[in-house]
Design a binder for this molecule. Sequence first.
Ligand code: GLU
Ligand code: MG
Length: 447
Amino acid sequence: MTAEDLLTTIDDHGVRLLRFLWCGNDGTVRAKASGRHGLAGRLSAGIGLTVAMGAMNSLDQLQPVPGMGPVGEVRLAPDLDTFRLLPYAPHVGALLTDQLQLDGAPAAACPRSFLKRMEARLAERRLALQAAFENEFSLATRVDGAYVPLDSGLCFSTISMTACQDYIAELAAALEAQQIPLEQYYAELGHGQQEISTAHVPALQAADEQLLVRETIRAVASRRGLVASLAPKPWPNNAGNGCHIHFSLWEQGRNRFYDGSQPDGLSETARAFIAGVLAHLPGLCALTAPSYNSYHRIVPQSWAGAFVCWGHDNREAPVRAASPFRGAEEGSTNAELKASDASCNPYVAVGALIAAGLDGIERALEAPDPVELDPATLSADERAARGIAEMPDTQAQALDALEADGLLLEALGPELARSYLAVRRSEWETYSAGDMGFEQQGHFEKY
Ligand code: GLU
Ligand code: MG
């Protein structure tokens, strides 16, 4: 879309404010908005943003990171093709942005540019990653300052579905209005827990849409006096919210994860990519399940993947090879990363997933034997004999694993890696010194 077309659309719809959105190292979505006056200039040159935001954690505590202090600016440069009218905010639109240096080059720590770099590395092999985010979230009301789940229904319960049908209808309409195809909805296991999945699309678009989806889930709820939370573990004794990432590799319209001659339909490329993801998973999950709260979700027998393994339709494996659908085998062959939640920066998460998978392809790694049972039912010795390691127990352990993963650090680049680690380490320092109430308050309404 050209700037001229965009301005015409904006005027046709009476848009008065245009949000320039970005997602930080803390995984929160933030924005600066432009009024109509001066908008043409901001569409081409961007909005100014302090470089310090790269070092801001999810408690708005600025971390000491070289080059990310009070001096210096980047530009939030919009990608005009991402424009959406926001159905939940009258006369408001949104755009996703890259962070550019003043000379127009991508800022070294720009997460969206990181994902583009990883896509370019795939493109060198004529490959492109398609991804879909599957968001689980909790609907709650506030009673005397406490969050109370909207219902206490059963998994996939139609009673739970009915309890929030007006909200879901508005959510579905809002996604449709933003041209984000909703695939499925159901009430999930947890009290108040819902799940929606959206269509698989090219990686960058998937990450852009993930921010729009998160915004929409929360905003539609807030207009109805509800709180929607995508926090990984919204209540200590209620099911966790995953944000599973489905992925497959494509080359000129063909799914390179698919090989019809294999009994499970998975190609050698798919197996090598999965092997790369598994080889890097302990560090990768610091980027895909990145918050303090994330590690209260990734525990055994919670269907979040607490042991490093993969399996066919194994919902206790952090990487699940999803069974394809009869008659649509090629199109539906994909793998699912379950060790992922919506407190991640989706650009960082998908970019790192590509880096890990590509490493598997480049080194022609062999996938370990698939695990076709719940690994928690094996003894520790049996798991050790099968080479099944435990996932990190805490955010701090995941960050240690990331810091020890040279390939992921190199892919991120020193600026993004350094600022990311500083931000997430500081969250660990703060939350590990607090109690469960502080943890809940710190995550429930930020994700
Ligand atoms: N709620 C689970 C999680 O935390 C996932 C349940 C499922 O398999 O959909 O990831
Ligand atoms: Mg689910």
